[in-house]
Design a protein around this ligand. Structure first.
Ligand code: SF4
Length: 250
C-alpha cells in the first residue's frame, strides 16, 4: 500500500505546478476568523466576505457587541449568506460562550496550547466542528500547524482514497492530519488547503469531475479508464488542459 504521506506530498507538488504557490492571504485575528468561518458555511467566499465586512462595520471592530446584538438586525446585515437566520442567532451564543468561559472575548490563549487541546476547546463551542476549529487555528494570526479540510478537500481526499469513502469530515481531518509530511510548515498546510479548494472548484467538481484534464489523474483511482482514454486522446492532440494560475488564489 502506498505511503499516504508520500501520496499527499505528490498531490501537493502537482497542484503547485498546476496552480503556482498561493500568494499569502489575509490572516485575521482568531475571533474574526471564527466569525468569518461561521458566515462561510455553505456560502460562496465573496458572499461571506461581504457579510463579514457588513458585520464588522456594524460592531465597529468590537466583536463583543454581538453578544447583546438584536438577532433580527444581524440577520438583515448578513442576509445573503446561507442560513442567515440561524447564523444570526448562533454568533451571539458563540461570543457569549467564549466570554463566559474565558472572561473576555479573546482566543489568543490558543497560541500556546497543544494543537489537539486547542481544537477540542474550539469544538466545544456552539456549532463549531473540525473545519471551523482548524480554520481558526490555521488561517488566523495564530498560525498553528493544522490542515483545514473543507468540503472540496474532503471530496478530493476520498476520491484519491487518502481517506475511506465513509470518513466524515471530522474523521477525514484526523486521518489527513496524520498523513502530513514531517517537513511541512504551517504555511505549507495553508497553501495545501488553498490548492485543494481551488482544485475542487475548478476540476474535481462534485457532480461531474473533469478527470481528463486533471493534474492528479494518474494518482487517482476515481479517474477510471474513461478518463485514461480521454487523457490519451488529449496527449495525442496537444498539452493537457491544466491552467497555471499566476495571480493570488485567495
Ligand atoms: S482524477 Fe477526477 S476524481 Fe480524481 S482528483 Fe482529478 S478530477 Fe477528481
Amino acid at each position: 500500500m502506498p505511503d499516504p504521506s508520500r501520496t499527499l506530498q505528490a498531490v501537493h507538488e502537482r497542484l503547485v505546478i498546476a496552480y503556482g504557490t498561493p500568494a499569502p492571504g489575509w490572516q485575521p485575528d482568531p475571533v474574526s476568523q471564527l466569525v468569518l468561518a461561521i458566515l462561510a458555511i455553505r456560502t460562496h467566499d465573496t458572499v461571506s466576505l461581504r457579510a463579514f465586512a457588513a458585520l464588522a462595520r456594524h460592531v465597529r471592530g468590537d466583536w463583543s457587541v454581538l453578544e447583546e446584538a438584536d438577532p433580527d438586525t444581524l440577520e438583515g446585515l448578513i442576509a445573503p449568506v446561507t442560513h442567515a437566520e440561524k447564523k444570526a442567532r448562533w454568533l451571539p451564543r458563540t461570543v457569549e460562550t467564549i466570554v463566559r468561559k474565558r472572561g473576555a472575548l479573546s482566543l489568543a490563549f490558543l497560541r500556546d496550547w497543544p494543537v489537539d487541546a486547542a481544537r477540542a476547546w474550539l469544538e466545544a463551542l456552539p456549532g463549531v466542528g473540525p473545519k471551523i476549529a482548524n480554520s481558526v487555528l490555521g488561517l488566523s494570526t495564530l498560525k498553528r500547524p493544522v490542515l483545514v479540510v473543507d468540503t472540496h478537500h474532503h471530496r478530493i481526499a476520498r476520491r484519491l482514497r487518502l481517506v475511506p469513502e465513509t470518513a466524515d469530515l471530522g474523521k477525514a481531518t484526523d486521518l489527513l492530519g496524520h498523513q502530513i509530511p514531517h517537513d511541512w510548515s504551517a504555511r505549507t498546510m495553508v497553501d495545501h488547503h488553498v490548492l485543494m479548494k481551488r482544485h475542487g472548484q475548478w476540476f474535481c467538481h462534485e457532480a461531474a469531475p473533469d478527470c481528463a484534464s486533471c493534474c492528479l489523474r494518474s494518482l487517482c483511482p476515481h479517474a477510471g479508464p474513461a478518463a485514461g482514454a480521454q487523457s490519451a486522446a488529449l496527449a495525442a492532440t496537444g498539452p493537457a488542459m491544466v491552467p497555471r494560475i499566476l495571480g493570488p488564489t485567495h
